[in-house]
Design a protein around this ligand. Structure first.
Ligand SMILES: Nc1ncnc2c1ncn2[C@@H]1O[C@H](COP(=O)(O)OP(=O)(O)OP(=O)(O)O)[C@@H](O)[C@H]1O
Ligand SMILES: [Mg+2]
Length: 241
């Protein structure tokens, strides 16, 4: 694991200024396997590296995020992950909205990232409740036609319910232009799309079994890492972190 950093230990981190309110990012999509957990985990890792106090809420009964977090080396657990269910949202909402402050004057959690199961449209009522608390909904999608035919209507549903929404293209082939067509199609559907698209990269899956994410890697920094970092910065800016 020579080229792996136990998150935030070797990288210099800068404490984020105290946020007045916990920011909540909901990651969801109707499709499975589009990168929800990948994006949620990298957002959490990057937040921790930036000195932002972060919590992941795992609403997926498959508990992928929870299992991944449990494998992380103790020194890399610079954020928390908690299992939860949709039906617990009222209590979770109260807890998040309480904006608990620690002795150092900073929020217990400055960022909460909610990872969700596929077929999220089956939980429309619960999603509506979460949207009342969410600062941003991130909808990852692959660039294929069938992917967009499912992701775009969902994006419109979420934004129609009043949620600030951004689509993130994932698993694009940088060599092909099809992802740009996908980007155009999203924009023409009057939805926001993250200006940075994420490529398919073997590094994304390389150390998953060790509980590590792409942004934990230190050596062989490449374009994929730059892009995942840029997605974090975009999300952070959108929620006002
Ligand atoms: N940019 C990428 N490059 C390479 N592999 C990726 C990329 N994004 C995701 N993957 C891989 O694709 C698979 C599905 O990703 P992930 O688990 O993040 O999707 P998901 O939307 O959370 O899936 P589910 O709906 O089952 O919860 C995983 O094996 C993941 O490692
Ligand atoms: Mg998942």
């Amino acid at each position: 694991m020579g080229d792996v950093l136990e998150a935030g230990v070797a990288r210099k981190t800068k404490a984020a200024p105290a946020a007045a309110r916990t920011k909540l990012v909901l990651v969801c999509s109707p499709k499975g396997g589009v990168g929800k957990t990948t994006i949620a985990s990298n957002l959490l890792v990057r937040a921790a590296q930036q000195g932002v106090r972060a919590l992941g809420l795992d609403l997926d009964r498959q508990r992928t995020l929870t299992k991944w977090f449990a494998k992380r080396p103790a020194e890399a657990q610079l954020f928390s992950v908690r299992e939860a269910t949709f039906s617990q949202w009222a209590a979770l909402s109260r807890e998040i909205r309480s904006n608990r402050i620690e002795q150092d004057g900073r929020l217990t959690y400055e960022l909460v990232v909610v990872d969700t199961p596929p077929s999220v449209e089956d939980h429309l009522l619960e999603v509506r409740n979460i949207l009342e608390d969410a600062d941003l909904t991130v909808i990852p999608t692959k660039p294929g036609d069938f992917d967009l035919e499912s992701a775009i209507p969902w994006g419109r549903t979420v934004s129609g319910m009043g949620g600030k929404t951004v689509m993130v293209l994932n698993q694009i082939n940088k060599q092909a232009s099809s992802w740009q067509q996908a980007q155009n199609r999203i924009i023409k559907s009057r939805l926001s799309v993250c200006p940075v698209a994420l490529p398919t990269s073997e590094d994304v899956t390389r150390y998953l079994d060790k509980g590590l994410a792409l942004l934990d890697l230190t050596k062989a920094r490449g374009d994929s890492m730059e892009r995942f970092e840029a997605v974090y910065e975009f999300v952070a800016q959108e929620v006002g972190l």
